[in-house]
Design a protein around this ligand. Structure first.
Ligand code: IMP
Ligand code: MG
Length: 185
């Protein structure tokens, strides 16, 4: 795999700006859920770095769980319209305050499917916290209760977001130059 520098066209959100915004979101969530009655649900894998940092900036007690859904075909970068649960929660969410933590809302199909599925399990409340939003690409209407940044319609990577599963570890969000990218398979 190429070094990220060879496929980076520009840094869209630097590490310091990301961390500052995540702290703000954490502070807001702490105020909104003061009673220690909150379950964060991370959507694997892109939501991991965001959820870890967010959780550490939430001062009220909370729980965490993880789920995985597949909305993209293998090697595809576009949502197909419906999401399949590939790893389910360990927690019974009935009666709980649930906050879904997602890296990016693009077409909206992934989060819309997850919300529909989780609603049937009767949580007390069900809200969405997304690091990034690409509003120009929206096809399915979804509520975003907490948002890090609204971004233009560009393919981005880093801070959880991948390019063919690589580069999730980067501490910033960068724009991919797809002309320079040479897929290894
Ligand atoms: P949606 O179903 O179209 O909203 O797709 C959401 C999912 O697509 C996210 O959880 C990401 O995994 C992925 N995705 C969308 N845009 C990007 C991007 O620019 N870079 C990396 N992954 C993306
Ligand atoms: Mg992804």
């Amino acid at each position: 795999m190429q070094n990220y520098k060879d496929v980076l066209s520009e840094i869209l959100i630097d590490a310091e700006t990301l961390q500052a915004r995540v702290r703000e979101l954490g502070a807001q969530i702490s105020l909104d859920y003061p009673d220690g009655d909150l379950l964060l649900i991370c959507i694997l894998r892109g939501g991991v770095p965001f959820m870890v940092d967010l959780s550490r900036s939430i001062t009220s007690p909370h729980m965490m769980d993880f789920m995985a859904v597949s909305s993209y075909g293998v090697g595809a970068r576009e949502s197909t319209g419906s999401a399949r649960v590939t790893l389910d929660l360990q927690t019974d969410i009935r009666g709980k305050n649930v906050l879904l933590v997602e890296d990016i809302i693009d077409s909206g199909h992934t989060i819309a499917s997850v919300l529909n599925m989780l609603k049937t399990r009767n949580p007390k409340t069900l809200k969405v916290c997304a690091l990034l939003d690409k509003p120009e690409r929206r096809e399915a209407e979804v509520p975003i209760h907490y948002l890090g940044f609204s971004i233009p319609n560009k393919f981005v990577f880093g801070y959880g977001l991948d390019l063919d599963e690589y580069y999730r570890n980067l501490t910033f969000v960068g724009v991919v130059d797809l002309d320079k990218y040479k897929p290894s398979v």
